[in-house]
Write a protein that binds this ligand. Structure first.
Ligand code: ATP
Length: 488
């Protein structure tokens, strides 16, 4: 990360804390690494993003329904899914600092440094060699690559490395009252499996016909080996996943459909297209047919925000094998080549999986702006503003009576009562109006409205737009529809 990007990232993290978006978990005890809490504005933003995703996936697609599965699942689930045996990353420890690194992160960070020094070709070669070695699971070769390039631990500054080992990312705990007799269970590392094990329950109760999808949002847990990446990589995070069940043979078209559809969702928030790109996977899991990431240009560079995966019938077949219960669908549609119904089969799956916290970071990084304002008298001023899309802004409308007296608060309260049932409003009487505007800019409120003495005479108020800072007078009765139109 260049110093400039690093400064911007640090500024966003400080702003998130200062204005009640994100706090370090248990901060009074010095925090818990890679775990975060959302404050008053952060939790509104997160909820709005979740609702926006949920609505666009379920309400707007008639063939997608939801589930809300438990975090704890039968331990065999994770045997069947492959997580017990394979959900691990190659790790390496520095013997002097005792710091543990994910091997790919260590090499990627080194490649970033090379790029910054203008050695892009060398960086590319290292990453290509790394990909090839990872694909072969050649850990001795990967360690040699680290040693040959003299890659040092950022804490000890030495190259004194252990051998590379696999490290499972799942957290386990015990179910039951007596620890000795209790069964080991896992905190789910993804929400997807709660969808797969409920496939037939949902299909039958909601009478779904293929192709159809099941959506779910919820917490997931991974014992990530992390460096300071704020809410980009957390140990407890939230996912928004959708599994789309299709007839075998149609998965290619559906993969293409969801790949485009998901990018459209991101762009529908008004975030510039040039900040996004696809990254098609070269190294695929043995069962996967195609996979890609939607990447966003975060302050630390282009990084994954969402994955789209064509997973064949792997998950349902595995659950069929381990549970000994058929996970099949009877397709009564007629196959034109045989003239007979397609009959029973285990459906293929296209998965879309996005991290809600990563999406919050995406929105905050895209929104954060330190602006210089040229004033009419020739002087300049500055402001920090969050250009959060109106639809998902934590507060939509700030209602600000100019003074605390002369009946202005009463009029403002009337407006508040008329609007607060429809969207999140904020009421404030204290401080000069300019100061109040700045505070709303900092939390991304798209509309502020000032009630002044003229309001008493003709019922008009001053509406002030966050992004342009333009102000205009409108009748108080129009405000609700102005805001509703902008956020719908
Ligand atoms: P990465 O390569 O960044 O570890 P992944 O490929 O393991 O991610 P998936 O398993 O495909 O991620 O999970 C889907 C989505 O969940 C990711 O695109 C990301 O947005 C989110 N996600 C995954 N791990 C984390 C985490 N530790 N913290 C926050 N979000 C995460």
């Amino acid at each position: 990360m260049s110093t400039q990007s690093d400064n911007r990232f640090q500024a966003i993290i400080s702003h998130a804390k200062e204005y009640g978006f994100v706090f370090q978990s248990s901060e009074i005890y010095d925090g818990l690494s890679a775990v975060y809490d959302y404050g008053p504005y952060g939790c509104e933003l997160k909820k709005n993003i979740r609702d926006y995703w949920w609505k666009s996936m379920t309400q707007m697609h008639e063939n997608i329904v939801g589930v809300d599965a438990a975090i704890f699942m039968h331990p065999t689930t994770w045997k069947a899914s492959g997580h017990v045996d394979n959900f691990s990353d190659p790790m390496i420890d520095n013997k002097d600092s005792k710091k543990r690194y994910r091997v790919d992160h260590l090499l990627e960070a080194y490649a970033d440094q090379l790029e910054e020094k203008g050695e892009a070709e060398k960086a590319k070669t290292i990453l290509a060699t790394m990909d090839a070695l990872l694909a072969k699971e050649d850990y001795a070769g990967l360690k040699q690559l680290i040693i040959d390039n003299n890659i040092k631990c950022s804490i000890s500054g030495t190259c004194n490395w252990t051998d590379i080992r696999q490290f499972n990312l799942m957290f386990d705990t015990k179910l039951g009252s007596v620890t000795d007799e209790a069964d080991t269970i896992y905190l789910r590392p993804e929400t997807a499996q709660g969808i797969f094990v409920n496939f037939l329950n949902v299909q039958k109760t909601a009478r779904m016909k293929i192709p159809f999808g099941i959506a779910q949002t919820g917490k997931a847990f991974r014992n990530e080996i992390v460096a300071r990446q704020f809410i980009f990589r957390m140990r407890e995070f939230e996912q928004m996943e959708m599994q789309f069940f299709v007839r075998p043979g149609t998965e290619g078209d559906w993969y293409k459909f969801w790949k485009e559809e998901r990018l459209k969702w991101h762009l529908s928030l008004g975030i510039p297209a040039e900040k996004y790109r696809y990254h098609d996977h070269v190294k695929l899991a043995h069962y996967a047919k195609e996979a890609c990431d939607i990447e966003f240009e975060f302050p630390m560079g282009f990084k994954e925000v969402e994955g789209i995966h064509s997973r064949s019938d792997f998950d349902l077949s595995q659950h069929q094998l381990y549970s000994k219960k058929k996970q099949q669908y009877f397709d009564a549609d007629v196959d034109p080549t045989t003239g007979k119904p397609y009959g029973n089969y285990v459906p293929y799956v296209i998965e879309t999986s996005i991290g809600l916290d990563r999406m919050c970071l995406l929105v905050m990084s895209n929104a954060y702006d330190e602006e210089t304002i040229n004033k009419e008298d020739g002087t300049t001023d500055s402001r920090v503003v969050m250009h959060i899309p109106e639809k998902i802004a934590p507060v939509k409308l700030a209602i600000l009576p100019l003074t605390k007296k002369d009946g202005l608060p009463e009029l403002a309260r009337e407006l508040m009562d008329a609007c607060k049932g429809s969207f999140r409003c904020f009421y404030e009487e204290k401080d000069a109006i300019g100061k109040r505007y700045r505070r709303q800019d900092a939390i991304g409120t798209p509309f502020c409205v000032t009630i002044d003495h003229q309001t008493k005479e003709d019922g008009t108020v001053t509406i002030r737009y966050r992004d342009s800072m333009q102000q205009e007078r409108v009748h108080m009765s129009k405000l609700k529809s102005i805001v509703l139109e902008a956020i719908s």
